[in-house]
Design a protein around this ligand. Structure first.
Ligand code: CAA
Length: 440
């Protein structure tokens, strides 16, 4: 069977940076450690006045196509995943294709273009669509371009303002991939939820605390569903577990839940129970109520065990490095977690070929998906080609007044103009709503 997966990816960050402990926390009268220790964030990326989901997506895709030596004729499908779309009819992929046609010979008239929406999980859904399209043999030898692009902005004063971000990830999906092969098995947890909504409004209405609980509930269901098709998962089965990362503190909770789930009723659980001094199993407690309290206490103790700490440091922490510096990229977030893990492996000189990643995607509203990926020979060259560190260092750091100005300029309900903080250089720049970006 032909292997299908991600052949290459590129990351494009918004060109501005907001220091959360240094600039945001003091303005809000909060302890900076709420950000660094609680949410696990150092900074958020923001779009400059000339950036939007089209320009960031087109810039990431352009870098990807140029690096891989591709022309429009090599691409048979362009899907954009976003929850920041400004057009309810024409998909963002058509705007992105318009940008790319300015710089490549030929056009994308032959390519099937679309836009995927299911909050943050839409990036992974687009990946799945591309995988299915190729597996079905409908691609005529062409690859798919999947772009996850978002400006994750919340209304000023909303609790979500702490977890903003902006950026794009472009991925090339193809046969015999160089980066990761996708598994055929997937597990889902899906329910009609109203914790995070944008019904004809730019900024989300969000019940933040509940959104955290919904994320955890759907992720547990997806893990169970995945195990029902792929067989029981063991914590040592996978090298990294990149999860959707709205903020790293969320993943700390999801990882604990996943670890508890995959160690249940195993020898690992027996060893943990010995270290903790109690069994988390139902038969160990008299009634359901005391069982739940006991399970909570068990979970609290679990995160302080050596075994869990080591697993977390090896398997989860490396997935969070980029997210700590950029915040939430919604649809792109789980894909920067994967890139972050592989970048960390490269820096540590790890041989990853043949290793497995357990990928946990999530979208509010709400749905989680678990699937596995196998790292392919060629992954090192692909990850080495990323210039994410240079991009993050090159961002302009905003003070509070800058931040307020930029937030207003990206608010569709306000008619504000501002001078840009950085100059677009060899990149697409915003050219007005309903128009593609212009290459500067
Ligand atoms: N030192 C150390 N830790 C501190 C601290 C300090 N001085 N002060 C606070 N903290 C900790 C808190 O204890 C808390 O940790 P726990 O949850 O583990 O208890 C953490 O820092 C955050 O503090 P608060 O809960 O007080 O923060 P908040 O009221 O500002 O709300 C939030 C946080 C709910 C995440 C809010 O930012 C929000 O609504 N964000 C948007 C919604 C979101 O991202 N939800 C995630 C799940 S939904 C999803 O994943 C989809 C998506 O992308 C949106």
């Amino acid at each position: 069977m032909t292997a299908v997966g991600i052949d290459a990816l590129e990351i494009w960050t918004g060109n501005l940076k907001l220091d959360l402990p240094g600039t945001f926390a003091p303005q809000k009268g909060e302890d900076p450690e709420k950000y660094t220790k609680g949410l696990g964030l150092n900074a958020s990326s923001f779009p400059d006045s000339y950036e939007d989901i089209v320009t960031m997506g087109a810039n990431a895709a352009h870098r990807l196509m140029e690096r891989k030596g591709l022309e429009p004729d090599d691409i048979g499908r362009i899907d954009v995943a976003t929850e920041s779309a400004f057009d309810n009819s024409k998909p963002v992929s058509t705007y992105v294709a318009g940008c790319l046609e300015q710089v490549f010979d030929g056009d994308f008239h032959h390519a099937n273009k679309g836009e995927r929406k299911f909050a943050c999980i839409a990036g992974t859904q687009s990946l799945d669509d591309a995988y299915n399209w190729i597996k079905a043999g409908r691609n005529r030898g062409r690859a798919a371009l999947v772009i996850a692009t978002d400006t994750a902005l919340y209304a000023r004063g909303d609790a979500g303002e702490a977890t903003q971000g902006a950026g794009a990830v472009a991925m090339l999906i193809d046969e015999d991939p160089s980066l990761v092969e996708l598994s055929t098995h997937q597990g889902y947890g899906s329910a009609d939820e109203t914790d995070f909504l944008k019904p004809n409004q730019q900024f989300p209405s969000v019940d933040g605390k509940r959104s955290v609980q919904v994320y955890l509930a759907r992720m547990r269901e997806a893990l169970e569903d995945y195990e029902s098709v792929a067989g029981d998962v063991h914590p040592d089965d996978f090298a990294y577990a990149p999860f959707h990362t709205p903020f790293p503190g969320m993943v700390r909770k999801a990882a604990l839940l996943a670890y508890r789930h995959v160690t249940r009723d195993t020898a690992v659980e027996d060893e943990l129970a010995e270290e903790i001094g109690r069994q988390p199993r139902a038969e160990a407690f008299d009634d359901e109520e005391s069982f739940h309290d006991a399970l909570r206490e068990y979970m609290d103790s679990l995160k302080d065990t050596d075994r869990y700490r080591e697993w977390y440091a090896e398997t989860i922490d490396p997935t969070l490095a980029i997210s700590r510096e950029v915040g939430n990229w919604y649809t792109g977030s789980v894909h920067i977690a994967r890139a972050s893990a592989l970048k960390s492996a490269l820096e540590a000189g790890k041989d990853m070929t043949g290793s497995t990643l357990l990928v946990g995607s999530y979208g509010s509203g709400a749905q989680a998906e678990i699937h596995a990926e196998t790292v392919c020979p060629g992954w090192e060259e692909e990850i080495e080609a990323l210039n994410v560190d240079e991009q993050l260092t090159a961002r302009y750091e905003m003070d509070w007044a800058d931040y307020e100005e930029v937030h207003d300029v990206h608010n569709h309900d306000m008619d504000v103009e501002m001078e840009e903080f950085t100059a677009p250089e060899g990149e697409f720049a915003f050219d007005g709503w309903g128009r593609m970006g212009e290459r500067k």
